[in-house]
Design a protein around this ligand. Structure first.
Ligand code: K7E
Ligand code: CUA
Length: 661
């Protein structure tokens, strides 16, 4: 009996299993059929399906890499997940941004720190983000970015993804060759661009050669404070060429950095007076100068006090730089753009956009030439010139308009070809030689992109150990790629799968970005970034990255009128109320409005918005902010929470009543 019962019990189980297997098989067959059907209907090829399978992230799954892209004229950083190519976050930097409440009561002082010549500039032209590094590897702690239009550098802390500091370069108004960091982030380097009189003071252009200056600034980074340390930063004067892109040496070239230049002709334009325009004058010579700068030597010179104070900032003058042997140049094909150091630091790749070759310099040869003082003369300022043939390893013809180079883990390098609209894959030689099936220094393949690619960014591509796998082409034109969005077209970023070898490097995703031009980007393994999900403690001040003892606490909410005529408002925010809800002020009151979000739940963000007064803040869980303003306009102002935080979010409001004088 028992046995029979057991068997009987077992029977339905096996029946279920069989049925389940059958169902599974049927649904598998059905789903593949569905895929084929949809592919046919939509005209998708096998390559398309493969691309989709490589990039699609099922709901809830997370990206493997994060790309920190410059936001161009948006003045921000945009963070994109790879391989999904979804825009995950913007980080407000130079430009006020209402969602993050940046520059509307919070962060105003950080933005104002960077105002050029004391003028309120409320945007930036961000070009080159640089992730902080430890031993030449991205460490996921900070990201820095330059502002080309006003020569500023910003520091963003990757624990809370907030801008902590903006420094204005006191010497110049134009930067481009930055930011990039030395392998342990000792310095954040900001190269200049258009030569300027010191401090951008008024000087007629007829005095260009004597009074206009090139420069590079080495901002000392204090990792503990998470800030640039101005008191230990300095600049190096350079000839009034237009210094362009730059890169720091690493491993074999540690201690050096490299900067391109254009306009070594020192052309001054003047089309209105029938003089040759800049575009002609600047590209007259067959070669410009690659600057080779020994920053460790420069640091010693600075520490020895051999500097001039210019605009209140220590500068190693051009004469000192030459005398101390820390500055050399060598010819490079005219009007170059990118200079990129190979992972081992042994080769420096320069792309001249008017030359179809990339030129590869050997660090070993550069060191020998400097040590042996085997110079091919000097430029007209006395900067020693290293003989081109003595320092060049080789040149490879890649195609038209080479701009920027990135590296893989496997002996491949990648160069963007602006005019060809392609990304070239080529093999590095020397110690990388045996890693690829193809011979050293060979063009292997060109992946077409649409169109006019500028920068390219590879996974961990600027480190001593690139990951390969993914490369993003940041294209300048996107004609015919997307639905017409008026005459202003979206930016076009294309993801390329570089995991394969040889000619296998297909485009697998087109990403449209409807905001300012993302010039350059760096891509980091996502798990390297240890971002906070909530602020560590309630009452946290993100600017101090510490608890604010003044932060309002529950049961201590109040409006406090001080003897000096100022008013402090101590307010808490929690689902779904502010406390206090009634605020009475008198016209002319100088107000400090302190608010703490006392939530500990992830994503329980409250907004705080006041009409007329141009105030909006974002209060993440635990965050405390202080907003200062003068209550100069009388009236009744309903303020409210601007994040849909709960079912009673609409009720999360209060009234500010400012009594007229
Ligand atoms: Cu657009 Cu690096 Cu500023 Cu090249 S830059 S493309
Ligand atoms: Cu808090 Cu809506």
């Amino acid at each position: 009996m028992t046995r029979t019962r057991l068997r009987l019990r077992r029977f339905p189980v096996s029946v279920t299993l069989v049925a389940l297997c059958g169902l599974a098989a049927a649904s598998r067959a059905q789903s593949i059929g569905d895929v084929q059907k949809i592919a046919q209907e939509r005209g998708l090829t096998t390559a398309d399906l493969l691309a989709a399978a490589k990039t699609y992230l099922p709901s809830g799954q997370k990206d493997e890499y994060l790309m920190f892209a410059s936001g161009g004229h948006a003045g921000q950083i945009f963070v994109v997940g790879l391989p999904s190519m979804r825009l995950l976050r913007s980080i407000a930097v130079f430009t006020p941004e209402p969602w993050q409440g940046w520059g509307y009561g919070v962060g105003d002082e950080v933005i104002a720190e960077g105002f050029p010549k004391g003028k309120a500039n409320l945007w930036g032209d961000t070009h080159h983000p640089a992730l902080s590094e430890t031993n030449g590897e991205y460490d996921g702690q900070f990201v820095f970015i330059n502002d080309k239009i006003n020569a500023r550098v910003a520091v963003i802390d990757l624990r809370d993804w907030e801008t902590k500091q903006i420094v204005k370069n006191p010497l110049t108004l134009s930067d481009h060759g930055g930011t990039f960091v030395t392998p342990n982030t000792d310095y954040i380097i900001e190269g200049g661009q258009y030569a300027c009189p010191w401090g951008a003071d008024y000087v007629p252009i007829s005095e260009y050669k004597e009074k206009y200056k090139g420069s590079v600034t080495l901002w000392k980074f204090d990792r503990t404070r998470g800030r640039i340390d101005r008191d230990n930063s300095f600049a190096i004067e350079l000839p009034p060429y237009w210094q362009d892109l730059s890169d720091a040496g690493k491993l074999a070239s540690d201690g050096f950095f490299f900067m391109n230049s254009l306009n070594t002709e020192m052309a001054t334009g003047g089309i209105q007076d029938k003089k040759p325009p800049f575009e002609a004058g600047v590209s007259k010579n067959a070669t410009d100068f690659l600057h080779i700068i020994d920053w460790k030597k420069a640091e010693e010179v600075y520490k020895a006090g051999k500097v001039a104070m210019i605009e209140g900032f220590p500068v190693i003058t051009l004469d000192t730089a030459i005398a101390e042997g820390l500055l050399h140049v060598t010819p490079e094909p005219r009007s170059p753009h990118g200079v990129d150091v190979a992972p081992k630091g042994d080769f420096i790749v320069v792309s001249g956009k008017l030359d179809p070759h990339v030129t590869i310099y050997s660090m070993d040869k550069i060191r020998k030439a400097i040590a042996g003082k085997s110079f091919a003369g000097s430029d007209e300022f006395g900067v020693p010139i290293l003989d081109f043939d003595s320092v060049v390893e080789t040149q490879i013809e890649l195609g038209l308009g080479p701009l920027h180079t990135q590296f893989g883990p496997d002996g491949y390098a990648y160069t963007s070809l602006y005019l060809d609209s392609a990304v070239a894959r080529w093999t590095i030689g020397g110690s990388y030689g045996s890693q690829t099936p193809e011979p050293d220094w060979t063009l292997v393949h060109k992946t077409p992109v649409h169109y006019n690619v500028g920068h390219i960014a590879a996974a961990e591509g600027d480190t001593v150990s690139p990951d390969g796998k993914y490369l993003v082409a940041l294209n300048k034109w996107s004609v015919d790629r997307f639905i017409q969005t008026g005459p202003l077209l979206p930016q076009n970023l294309q993801l390329i799968d570089i995991a394969g070898q040889g000619t296998n490097a297909p485009v697998i995703y087109d990403m449209a970005m409807g905001v300012g031009e993302p010039h350059y980007a760096q891509i980091i393994k996502a798990d390297k970034i240890k971002a906070w999900s909530i602020y560590p403690e309630v009452g946290w001040d993100p600017q101090a990255q510490n608890i604010n003892p003044m932060a309002p606490k529950p049961k201590m909410e109040r409006v406090q009128r001080n003897e000096d005529g100022t008013v402090d408002i101590f307010m808490t925010a929690i689902r779904s109320h502010f406390n206090p809800e009634h605020i009475y002020l008198k016209q002319g009151d100088r107000v400090r409005w302190h608010i703490t979000n006392t939530e500990r739940a992830v994503d329980a963000t409250h907004g705080f918005a006041v009409p007329v007064y141009n105030i909006t803040a974002s209060l993440e869980p635990g965050e405390s902010v202080t907003i200062e303003f003068v209550a100069d306009t009388p009236g009744t102002f309903p303020f409210y929470c601007s994040e849909f935080c709960s079912a009673l979010h609409l009720e999360m409001m209060g009234y500010l009543m400012v009594e007229p004088k």
